[in-house]
Each structure stands twice: as C-alpha cells, then as structure tokens.
Design a protein around this ligand. Structure first.
Ligand code: V47
Ligand code: SF4
Length: 413
C-alpha cells in the first residue's frame, strides 16, 4: 500500500512538470504568460505587474496548471480541514460596511441578537461532548463588547476547555476596543494573549487600498492599522490568517496591491498561516445591485492567489461561502484547505445569499467531498498540526454516534 502511494506521488510529480513543460513548449503562448510560467517553474517571485497581467490575460486552464504545480509541490494531494464551530456574539454593529448583509444597524438593534457572557459560555458548553478543536469568534462591533468583556470570555473558555483553540476577533474589533480602553495596540494584544487568545482569523481585511476601502468599509480600521495589529500579534510569536473580499467594486490592481501588502508583511514576520479569498455575495446588502463574479473568476482568483502569495503556506476556500462544488473544484486551482465542519453556527454567508443556507458538514461528509476529487483528507488543528489522516480511515468501523442536533443561533429574517 505504502509503495503504491509512493509510486502514485512520483507519477503525479512527473505529471505536474510535464504539464508546465507543455505550456512552455506551446509556441502560441503569449510572451508575458510564457515568462510567468518560467518564473513559476524556477520558483521566482512574481512582480506586481505580472500579478495584474495574470488577472488581465491568463486563461483558466493555464492558471490551473501553474497553481496546481505549486500546490502539489508544497502539499502533494493533502487537503486540510478542521472541526470547528463559530460563535457570533452579536449581529448589531456600529459600522456600516456596504457589503455586509449580516449587521443590523445600531438604530434597528431590536432586530438583532446580543449575547451575554453567560449565553456565550452556554453555547461553548453545548460542545463539551463534541470532538471540535476550534471556536471561531467574530461578529459586530458594539460598546459593551469591550476589552474587559473579551478578556473574560477568552479566559473563561480556556479555563472551561483548555483543548479548544480560541481563534477570535479581527483588527476591526481590536482597534475599536483598544481605543476605547485607551491602550496601545502593543499593550492590547499582549492583554489578549494573556487572557487566552490563541490566534486571529483573517477577517476585516476587505480591500486595503483606500480608494476602495473608504467606499465599502468607511469608518472601521484602515488597511495600515489592520496590517499593524497582525504584525504586533506575530511579534508576540502568534499566528493569524488573512482574507481578501473580492468581486465588488475593486479593480484587479487593487487585488494585487492587497496581496502585495500581505506578502511584504509575511516576509517580515512569517506569522500568517493561510490566505482566504472571500467572494462578495450580493444578497441583502447595499451593493446588491452589483452582479456576483462567475465561478470561473473564483477559480482564476484562487489560482492567482496561489501563484502570487509565494510565502503563504496555505490557500483556503471557505466552503460555506462558495458552496461545496466550487470548493471541490478549487482543489485543482491552488487551494489546499477548505475550512471546517462549522455546524451551522455562522450566519454571515447564508444572509448574504450563499448556496449554503445551513452550513454544516460531518467529518465523514468533508472527507468524502475531498476524496471524491482525488485528494487526501487531513484533519488539522488550527495551527496545522495533524489531528487525523483520513486517507485510509474506515468510518464503518466507528461506533455510531447519535447526533445531538445543531446548536441553534438566534435567526433573524
Ligand atoms: O471580513 C462579510 C466577509 C469576513 C460578506 O480566518 C462577506 O479562518 C462576502 O474573515 N460577501 C468575515 N463576504 C469572515 C472571515 C473568515 C471566514 C472564514 C474563515 C476565516 C479564517 C475568516 O466575511 C468579513 C468580510 O470580508 N463578508 N459580508 C458578503 N456579503
Ligand atoms: Fe460591522 Fe463587520 Fe458588518 Fe462591517 S462587516 S458592518 S464591521 S459586522
């Protein structure tokens, strides 16, 4: 069995090189694209101009060959997922991001939910018997959710369940709560670490360039502030993720600028784990008049991210946002991680019009989804430690567990 797998991996490595050689030997290939394919083969970094060139000129098939070449060089067929759930303290928010379908403006706060510390701990405790490894905490920004509140929440979760990784909040919340508490970013992040925060998710990044950010996310932290808070967190020896919200009013140059700024910070700190492109979904928000980009553009975007972000180990497709089918396809376009089981605990994307209205997959379903497209499923912890290799795992040998049912979140609309 082991031998067979080794042979198949070697065959695959040969196939990847052959595919890229075939591209390079194609006399009809545009000179700019030829140069980029050569750079990828020789592991040379792309320039900003080459990034834009890819968006403007590269066909999907070409991008797939390059992105898969890099993906398989880094990870072979390995495809990561985790067992997680989300905790969303509130969907009421002081800010008014035009892409947000989730937040109930402060003036209409009676339409939303605002969980107390006790209610949040109740949700955490409902998972006591479940083999989840991560809680992902993110939501709206409100004054009562301050430094003290989150310090207590993190320390209570850690005290209750030390094996549950707390991945929580973004620079949007941190900028607000530190300002309110009159502490510097450095001091604030140190306090969060002390309280039990273990890593930061990638949200709130949107598009860094002020030409776009000022129009879609006015009032919340700037791109510079977002990057600075991650930098400080990395300097404390901690890890985080990064996202990019694409497919609305931004141009290709803004996407490349966004990725360039992340690539530069990653050169400095090495603290980012994964890059997560997030497709703008257009239901129930102030940009509903904009059409959504196609699945082809989603795949092109994943592939360009994989090619451009040479110092990011992982590229993640967040399946509750793009749906299971595109998530499966993305695994041939540079993606090696599809996030987690979720357990129907996030409303951000269902409210924005995602196909996945009640996002929840069992471990077995996630494993099948990955295996169905010929990849090798690995359950990881938040920091990419291997929890379980599912390649040869036999689910029929497992004791049947009675599903307790989803933990309900207040649902509005
Ligand atoms: O910052 C909000 C995005 C983000 C819409 O780090 C929307 O592992 C599309 O960051 N259409 C929050 N996107 C979610 C997030 C995340 C998700 C999964 C995994 C991780 C991780 C991070 O959701 C926001 C914003 O960019 N968002 N509304 C919308 N209508
Ligand atoms: Fe608030 Fe976040 Fe929605 Fe912006 S995206 S309005 S910060 S919940």
């Amino acid at each position: 069995m082991l031998n067979l797998r080794r042979i198949s991996h070697e065959t695959k490595t040969r196939d990847m090189s052959t595919a890229i050689d075939t591209l390079l030997n194609d006399s009809a290939l545009d000179a700019g694209l030829h140069q980029i394919a050569q750079a990828v083969q020789q592991e040379k970094r792309l320039t900003v101009e080459q990034g834009i060139y890819l968006y403007e000129h590269a066909p999907l098939g070409y991008l797939g060959v390059l992105a898969n070449f890099i993906r398989e060089k880094k990870h072979g067929d390995k495809t990561y997922f985790n067992r997680n759930f989300h905790l969303e303290p509130t969907n009421v928010c002081l800010y008014t991001c035009t892409f947000c379908s989730y937040s109930r403006r402060i003036k209409k706060r009676e339409d939303g939910w605002e969980l107390s510390l006790e209610e949040m701990m109740e949700i955490i405790k409902k998972y006591d018997e479940e083999p989840v490894t991560e809680v992902h905490i993110v939501g709206g920004v409100l004054p009562q959710y301050d430094l003290e509140f989150y310090s207590q929440l993190f320390s209570q979760i850690r005290a209750h369940r030390p094996d549950l990784h707390v991945k929580a909040l973004t620079p949007v919340e941190y900028h607000y709560i530190f300002k309110k508490a009159k502490v510097s970013y450095e001091e604030g992040m140190r306090l969060m670490k002390e309280a039990g925060l273990q890593s930061m998710p990638g949200g709130g990044a949107e598009i860094f360039h002020p030409e776009i950010r000022d129009q879609i996310a006015g009032g919340k932290c700037t791109g510079e502030q977002w990057l600075r808070i991650h930098e400080i967190w990395h300097e404390l020896g901690m890890r985080s993720n990064a996202t990019m919200l694409y497919g609305h009013i931004e141009e290709f140059k803004h996407r490349v600028d966004h990725m360039e700024q992340l690539r530069q910070l990653q050169d400095k700190t090495g603290g980012f784990q994964t890059f997560i492109p997030l497709k703008f979904r257009n239901q129930n928000n102030e940009m509903s008049h904009l059409p959504e980009v196609s699945a082809v553009e989603d795949l092109r975007n994943y592939a360009i991210a994989r090619i451009y972000m040479d110092n990011f180990e992982h590229i993640k497709a967040y399946w509750p946002m793009i749906g299971r089918t595109t998530a499966q396809l993305s695994l041939a376009f540079g993606v090696d991680d599809i996030d987690g089981t979720i357990d129907d605990t996030t409303k951000i994307y269902s409210m924005a019009g995602s196909e996945e209205q009640n996002p929840a997959l069992s471990t077995e379903e996630l494993v099948q989804l990955i295996k169905a497209v010929g990849r090798h499923p690995i359950e990881r912890g938040t920091l990419y430690n291997v929890v379980q290799d599912y390649q040869d795992f036999d689910f029929s040998q497992q004791p049947k567990k009675v599903k307790k049912g989803f933990v309900g979140l207040p649902v509005i609309d």
